[in-house]
Ligand binder design. Structure first.
Ligand SMILES: [Zn+2]
Ligand SMILES: [Zn+2]
Length: 187
């Protein structure tokens, strides 16, 4: 999917609105005693997103799948405005997380989980945009570290560094490209 610049940037506006709306709905409906459950579900959702981000990038976008050509376009032109329109991703995440968990466990947990997953997805978009598009402006160390990490994914001959917002899962699954690997490959 190659959206216009407008749909690319819409992600950054639509998600905060959806997340705040959903969170307000979940928190006001949950009795006080259940709010820690809601928070726990949201934290779990965020962690689930980081794992999903890793799995999708490694096993869908870098394999011979329907979505791989779109990702190959990003690798060929990292500054092009390539992504999934927010109405598609919001519908998919709602269909996968909110509705089934609502039916299975209940609204508060489903709501918290979905808020966590969507926050993770939005944060992934923000981080990925900043590491590619704000290379000349001084960024906090956090983004500089993730930029160097993600550039090794783009430019190292060794496949790896599939996580964008965190290196955790690459370390867990043995796909981290160390600075030494990159230096050895380019010498
Ligand atoms: Zn990639
Ligand atoms: Zn990238």
């Amino acid at each position: 999917m190659r959206p216009s610049k407008l749909t690319y940037y819409a992600d950054f506006v639509v998600y905060p609105v959806v997340i705040v709306g959903l969170a307000a709905c979940g928190v006001t409906r949950a009795p006080w005693a259940d709010r820690s459950e809601w928070l726990g579900a949201a934290a779990l959702g965020f962690v689930i997103w980081t794992l999903l981000e890793y799995i999708l990038h490694r096993s869908v976008l870098h394999r011979k799948t329907y979505f791989a050509p779109m990702h190959a376009e990003h690798h060929a032109a990292p500054l092009a405005y390539i992504g999934t329109p927010p109405w598609v991703s919001v519908s998919v995440l709602t269909g996968i997380f909110l509705l089934p968990v609502w039916l299975w466990v209940g609204f508060e947990v489903a709501n918290g989980l979905t808020v966590g997953v969507m926050t993770g997805y939005w944060w992934y978009g923000v981080v990925h945009h900043i590491v590619h598009h704000h290379t000349s402006t001084p960024s906090p160390t956090y983004f500089n570290r993730l930029r160097a990490w993600h550039m090794r994914h783009h430019y190292s001959p060794k496949g790896g560094n599939f996580g964008v917002t965190t290196s955790l899962w690459d370390h867990v699954f043995g796909t981290a490209i160390s600075v030494r690997d990159k230096a050895a490959a380019s010498s």
